[in-house]
Design a protein around this ligand. Structure first.
Ligand code: URA
Length: 210
């Protein structure tokens, strides 16, 4: 991927996103839609994965058949809302390795602080796809990518559902080498750091919390 930002304008993605934005959409439907959109976005983000061939026996003859090359890719969920995307991603790429990054915001310094971090080995040899539905200020996303780079990751992509211009700018400044794929770029952030018009708190909506 060469573009820093890809907005996936596919009609199915946009239709499902509208359903997700609607506050009347129930939790179970919201979660299912997030799974489906994640798969459509993943299709886009994995379009240029390196391929090789391997010999297989079809019932008719031997052929050199296309197959993915290299080490299994790593999906990294940025907790907690990332887990809603992880479910859909693993349905599509069941053999992916999985990592988790947990960060919270220190109320005094306003800086992201790590509370959980676990990623697969050999990150330097894998395509790493970090998932988090909402790219808002970009501070925690940029911090999560910092940690992945400290673990050796060199080929990282960021997959989100909605992005604010502020978050895109922050990521571009901190990690210009990390392409972002999203379903939509919204107007901007409100005073509380929520994306407008957005869909509210993605974690609360997918887990039914408040
Ligand atoms: N996180 C969310 O869940 N929603 C927003 O609008 C911004 C950050």
């Amino acid at each position: 991927m060469t573009d820093h930002l890809t907005e996936v304008a596919h009609p199915l993605v946009q239709h499902k996103l509208t359903l997700m934005r609607d506050k009347a959409t129930p939790t179970a439907v919201f979660r299912q839609l997030l799974r489906e959109i994640t798969q459509l976005l993943l299709y886009e983000i994995t379009r240029e994965l390196p391929m090789t061939t391997k010999p297989i026996d079809t019932p008719m003859e031997v052929m050199d058949a296309p197959t993915l090359a290299g080490k299994k890719l790593a999906l990294v969920s940025i907790l907690r809302a990332g887990n809603g995307m992880l479910d859909g991603a693993l349905e599509l790429i069941p053999s992916a390795r999985v990592g988790f990054v947990g960060l919270y915001r220190d109320e005094e310094t306003l800086q992201p602080v790590q509370y959980y971090y676990k990623v697969p080995e050999a990150m330097e040899d894998r395509l790493v796809i970090a998932v988090d539905p909402m790219l808002a200020t970009g501070n925690s996303s940029a911090a999560a990518i910092d940690l992945l780079k400290q673990s050796g990751a060199r080929d990282i992509r960021f997959l989100c559902l909605l992005a604010a211009p502020e978050g895109i700018a922050r990521m571009k400044e901190a990690h210009p080498d990390v392409p972002i794929v999203t379903a939509a770029v919204d107007r901007g952030l409100n005073d509380h750091g929520y994306i407008m018009p957005g869909l509210g708190d993605a974690g609360d909506r997918m887990f039914g919390t408040k």
